[in-house]
Design a protein. Structure first.
Length: 132
């Protein structure tokens, strides 16, 4: 019952009732990534491209889509990683969740959350003043 209520009243927990119905009606399962996110395709967008969407495993966070699936979702490739034996490049980093709003978020020196002063401005910038 709790899961049903979450699907009716929230959009950030896996999927909504509307997405569940649309997926049941038109969706063709394409694959699943290492995080448990499930990818679907079905129907046509207004641009004439096939609609592609993801059902997140848990909290809906767009940065949790791996690079291979990101390319497929954005129509950079027509072959999904599940059918392509996709191997990430050496330079591609592992997923890190978005830490904004948490204690681990990046806070540069001089920000309100970190004591200290900002680095001094170098001479390569002149502020604009009216009439100059």
């Amino acid at each position: 019952m709790k899961k049903l209520l979450l699907q009716i009243f929230t959009w950030w927990n896996e999927q909504t009732i509307g997405t569940r119905f649309y997926t049941w009606r038109f969706g063709k399962r394409v694959g699943q990534d290492e995080f448990g996110n499930v990818y679907y395709e079905g129907g046509m967008s207004t641009y004439g491209l096939p609609k592609r969407w993801v059902i997140y495993n848990g909290y809906a966070e767009a940065s949790a889509i791996p690079p291979g699936w990101h390319g497929w979702m954005h129509h950079r490739t027509d072959v999904p990683p599940s059918q392509d034996n996709y191997v990430p490049k050496d330079w591609q980093k592992k997923h890190r969740p978005n830490l904004t709003g948490t204690a681990q978020a990046y806070r540069p020196p001089g920000s309100l959350a970190v004591p200290g002063e900002r680095p001094r401005v170098t001479g390569d910038y002149d502020a604009w003043t009216p009439g100059s």
